[in-house]
Structure formats: C-alpha cells, structure tokens
Design a protein around this ligand. Structure first.
Ligand code: NAD
Length: 308
C-alpha cells in the first residue's frame, strides 16, 4: 500500500515510522527544511515509549512526490490543513483515501472541498507525540486510533486501513460512531488545553481548583448544544465531566499541546475548538459566551507573545 504522510511533524513521523514497519510503502511529506534534511541524511530518530530507534525514511516536499497514493494521512495542525490539501492535489487519484486524525472540529467540511466525501475517513487518536529537534521525535501511549468512513459504501476499504494500523502496532479500531468520538475529543481539548493554557498550569493543578466543576460544565454545555444541532451527536454533560476527570487522573502531570504551542511561540488550534463552537453557535442563532471568551483570551495571549 502506497502511503503519504501529509504533515510529518510529531504525530506524522510516529505514524509513518510504524506504518513502514508494518510493511507499507511510506513517504513523509513536509515543508520544514531542517527536518527534511536531517531525516534524508540521517534517518528518523524516534523514541517509542522510551525505546530509541533510527529508521531510514523517504521524505520530500509535497510537490516533489509525483505518484498517486493509495492512502494519505493528514497530520498538519488544523490551520495548515487547507494549504496542505492544495499542495497534495496531484497525488490524489479517484480512489485515494484521506485519513484525518487532527484534533478540532470542521475538518470534514475543509476536506470535502478537495476530495469526494466517499474517500474521506475521519477519526481520532490518543497516541501522543512531540518533536525534540529536527528529525528527532518521540511517540508515546498505546492508542487506539479510531476511524470510520464518511460514506457508508467505504466500510470495507476502511477496515483494510484498520487492519494495517493493527499490523503496524498502532492499535487501529473501526468506530461505529466517529462523530461522537470527535466531539468528545474536542471536549477534552476545549477544556483541558484551553484551561491549562490560560491558567498556565498542568492538568492536575487545574482539576484541583475549587471552580473546576463549573468551568467544565459551562464549556461542555456549549459544545453539547452545537454537537446536537450541527451533527446530531448527543453528549451527556455530566457523563463527559466524569470522563474528563477520569482522564485527568491518568495524565495529571501533563501540559497539553496548546500550552506547549505557546511556549514554543507557535499559534494554537483554538479557532478549531472553542472558537469553532462559538462561531457555529452564532450561525445557529445561539450564544456560547464561555467558548467565545476562552477563544479571545487565547488570541490575546498569542498577541502578547507576538505570535501570528
Ligand atoms: P506538529 O506541530 O508536530 O506538526 C505539524 C506540522 O508543523 C508539521 O508539518 C511539522 O513539520 C511542522 N512543524 C513542527 N515544528 C516545527 C518547527 N519548529 N518549524 C517548522 N515547522 C514545524 O503537530 P502534531 O503534534 O503532529 O499534531 C498534528 C495534529 O494532530 C494536530 O491537529 C494535533 O492537535 C493532533 N494531535 C496531536 C497529538 C500529539 O500528541 N502531538 C495527539 C493527538 C492529536
């Protein structure tokens, strides 16, 4: 199976590494010159759950890859998805599948501008990853990766990708309701990421604050309202709060990626999380004051840090 990883940062390198080990013919695509140079010359150095390895991998800029791919995993940040899709149009054939595991909301709508819905596979992953230096990444956890075809006719093709993910050690699972999974993951990012970033604290510290219940409830209510109106997804607010608290117990010492993005002077994905809920609410004639305020605060912090 010919696979391209469109956006080979932390998660993209981790997926590319595993898929190649699982027998796929993988090409990493990226635009970060130093990262491309290091991987081309010295291979990808990766630590998987603490175990270090180095693997030769094909890597180039998107326009340099000429063949049509069987499957393309997109792994940009949310705000980079549109421009990445523009730069990979030439490697998309009539049956090429795009797998999207980005955090955030609204990506199906973006992808549909470039590719027929029947070839879009949406999902989430709870693998975590980071970049230590160009060409050096780490990849942690046990997964899973949950995916589902956006069109009912493509279940068989999606199960083939699930099998490849399994064979590659990425713990693929076929999801019968990926929209629910995407919304629930958005609730995780829209609460933990946003609050830890604004409060400059780790998850354990934020979840120990006396106001945690009302902060979570106010945000999740807004996510649940839009999920219902827009995608007919039912998010039970109290069940989601319990889920978040159980997750917080497991990853308390962690500073979420949004916090790390600001520390590294990189823009956040807030517009695709709380910002998307605030915008969608306006379009539905509703209000989402908590998500709007959180979005404004994160953008204010980006401005203070001079991040554009
Ligand atoms: P990333 O920032 O590591 O990579 C995204 C792109 O940014 C890549 O093209 C990468 O090469 C580029 N990039 C990264 N650092 C750069 C630098 N210093 N200079 C120039 N370019 C640079 O993003 P990611 O963590 O792989 O996340 C991809 C998507 O997956 C996001 O939507 C994220 O929210 C989601 N996600 C991430 C994780 C995680 O643990 N990293 C987990 C689940 C979901």
């Amino acid at each position: 199976m010919k696979i391209a990883i469109a956006g080979s940062g932390a998660l993209g390198c981790g997926f590319g590494y595993h898929l190649q080990k699982g027998g796929a013919d993988v090409t990493l695509l990226d635009n970060w010159e130093q990262h491309i140079k290091t991987i081309s010359e010295k291979g990808l150095t990766i630590s998987v759950n603490g175990s270090k390895d180095n693997q030769e991998m094909d890597i180039c800029r998107p326009h340099e890859l000429k063949e049509k791919m069987d499957v393309i995993f997109v792994f940009t940040k949310s705000m980079g998805l549109k421009s990445m899709m523009e730069s990979i149009e030439h490697i998309i054939g009539p049956d090429t599948k795009i797998v999207c595991l980005l955090n955030g909301l609204g990506h199906l709508k973006t992808l549909e501008k470039y590719i027929n819905r029947k070839n879009i596979i949406m999902g989430t992953t709870v693998w975590t990853a980071g970049i230590d230096a160009p060409g050096h990444t780490h990849f942690n956890g046990q997964g899973p990766v949950e995916i589902q075809n956006s069109d009912p006719s493509e279940k068989e093709a999606t199960i083939e990708i699930v099998d490849l993910l399994q064979k590659s050690g990425l713990n693929g699972e076929y999801s019968e309701n990926v929209n629910f999974t995407i919304w629930r993951k958005a609730c995780v990012n829209g609460t933990m990421n946003a609050l830890c970033t604004i409060l400059d604290a780790n998850i354990e510290e934020v979840f120990a604050t006396p106001t945690i219940d009302s902060m979570l409830r106010n945000i999740i209510k807004e996510f649940a309202t839009v999920a219902k109106h827009q995608d007919n997804v039912t998010l039970n607010v109290e069940e989601t709060i319990s889920y978040l608290k159980s997750l917080a117990d497991k990853v308390g010492a962690h500073y979420p990626s949004m916090h790390q993005d600001l520390n590294n002077n990189r823009p956040t994905e807030i517009d695709f999380l709380n910002g998307e809920v605030a915008e969608a609410s306006k379009k539905l004639g509703l209000e989402a004051p908590y998500c709007q305020q959180i979005t404004d605060l994160i953008h204010a912090k980006e401005a203070i840090l001079g991040i554009t």
